[in-house]
Design a protein around this ligand. Structure first.
Ligand SMILES: Cc1cc2nc3c(=O)[nH]c(=O)nc-3n(C[C@H](O)[C@H](O)[C@H](O)COP(=O)(O)OP(=O)(O)OC[C@H]3O[C@@H](n4cnc5c(N)ncnc54)[C@H](O)[C@@H]3O)c2cc1C
Length: 381
């Protein structure tokens, strides 16, 4: 039974499921193996018009977090990297939509919506990831704007981006609690450099790079939101998109289970199909139970976002869904590799790709320990 999908959501699911099977699945292993940015997959998403799904109708979006989750789930089921292409486009879009001026919206959003522009989002620094307040990149005021100095790491999509939304501290207070602003930085700006890409275990198709800022002048009109307030506005808006990370976990778990079920039906041991051993059947059943529970949690939170739930209630629900769905992806992918036997370790089969990509999900967008902190804080309040 569908989770109260409307017609549009059913259409999104059916369309992407079809395209994923026909055009994306056949490319997934190659993207992972070569770790080359999949321009063809970006072009395909562009053709399908998926870059505004969670956003309002004025950008041709469906204005639906549930639709966004369905799309990401169906893509992640066959190719984590292609699903990631959607998410990296949505993050700067959501940031500018929430905190941008009218001029910034006019300048950047139509291009992001159509796929004419690509962007990235950068918070993490060598000394601070979870501890966002510990960033040290500075954006000092100067005539007409700001001077950025410092460095970032793990900026996904930076190498292919037309602009990057970058967090930096401004103002007199240089302590760990200084004022954080977001700035729109473009590749041509003097003193700005995108470093080499990380050699990653998972999420290999979309490069993550270091960024370097050597006295980069950023005009005032490139700051998001009012001085000192943009950070809160943007981060609150981005919290709404946490179910999307859970949806990647659900899709990944479903895909790993699909592969494992196929494999055990076709593999024989002790004179019978491996799928006929009760121990194997129970493993598959547990994988299905966990995946379905995660799916329902993610859909529930996405539907809550669409219904206008906000604040602490949503923060805790979102953290529960992200944590459970991505832990499920890891557990299911691990069992899927186990069911493949030695073939699970061989790069000839797709399954260890799911295992490696699942690990990334437990770390990005707030590690699962940080999610547990959010959940327990709400619980003990
Ligand atoms: C593939 C990939 C893509 C990424 N893309 C981006 C991107 O586009 N933009 C960007 O800004 N960042 C990006 N990141 C960075 C990511 O957001 C950070 O890695 C993440 O927030 C964790 O930060 P950290 O690696 O510094 O770990 P740390 O914060 O140093 O944490 C180390 C360990 O300590 C635990 N820990 C830390 N604090 C606590 C606490 N209070 N309680 C309990 N445990 C704690 C963590 O959970 C973790 O297990 C990406 C990372 C990866 C792997």
């Amino acid at each position: 039974m569908d989770f109260e999908f409307n017609d549009e959501q059913r259409e999104v699911r059916d369309l992407i499921r079809r395209v994923a099977a026909d055009k994306i699945a056949p490319r997934a292993n190659e993207i992972d193996a070569t770790a080359e940015y999949p321009h063809d997959m970006f072009a395909l998403l562009k053709e399908l018009g998926l870059f505004t799904l969670p956003f309002p109708a004025e950008f041709n979006g469906a204005n639906s977090m549930l639709s966004a989750c369905i799309a990401v789930e169906e893509l992640a089921r066959v190719c984590y990297n292609t699903a990631y292409l959607l998410v990296v486009q949505w993050t700067p879009f959501g940031a500018i939509l929430a905190g941008g001026t009218d001029a910034q919206k006019q300048r950047y959003l139509p291009g992001l919506a159509s796929g004419a522009l690509r962007a990235a989002f950068s918070l993490t620094e060598p000394q601070s990831g979870s501890d966002v307040a510990g960033i040290q990149t500075r954006g000092e005021r100067c005539e007409g704007g700001y001077r950025l100095n410092g460095s970032k790491i793990w900026c996904t999509n930076a190498a292919n981006s037309d602009f990057i939304v970058v967090a930096a501290k401004s103002g007199e207070d240089k302590s760990s609690r200084g004022v954080i602003n977001f700035f729109i930085v473009e590749p041509g700006m003097k003193g700005f450099e995108v470093g080499a890409k990380e050699d990653k275990m998972g999420a290999r198709g979309i490069p993550s790079c270091a960024l370097f800022f050597d006295d980069v002048f950023v005009p005032e009109e490139n700051r998001l939101g009012p001085e000192g307030e943009g950070f809160k506005i943007v981060m609150e808006a981005l919290n709404l998109s946490r179910p999307i990370i859970g949806a990647r976990g659900v899709g990944l778990a479903q895909g790993a289970m699909d592969h494992a079920a196929d494999f055990v039906k076709n593999r024989r041991a002790f004179g019978q199909q491996v799928s006929d051993f009760q121990g194997v059947r129970w493993m598959l059943a547990d994988m299905a139970i966990q995946t379905d529970a995660a799916r329902n949690l993610v859909y529930k939170v996405a539907a809550a976002v669409d219904a206008g739930v906000r604040g602490p209630e949503l923060a805790s629900m979102s953290a529960i869904a992200k944590c459970h769905a991505t832990d499920t992806a890891m557990a299911v992918a691990e069992n899927a590799v186990q069911l493949f036997g030695a073939a699970g370790i061989s790069n000839e089969y797709p399954i260890n790709r799911y295992f490696r990509d699942a690990k990334v999900l437990q770390i990005v967008e707030g590690t699962n320990q940080i999610q547990r902190n959010i959940i327990s804080r709400a619980l003990l309040k």
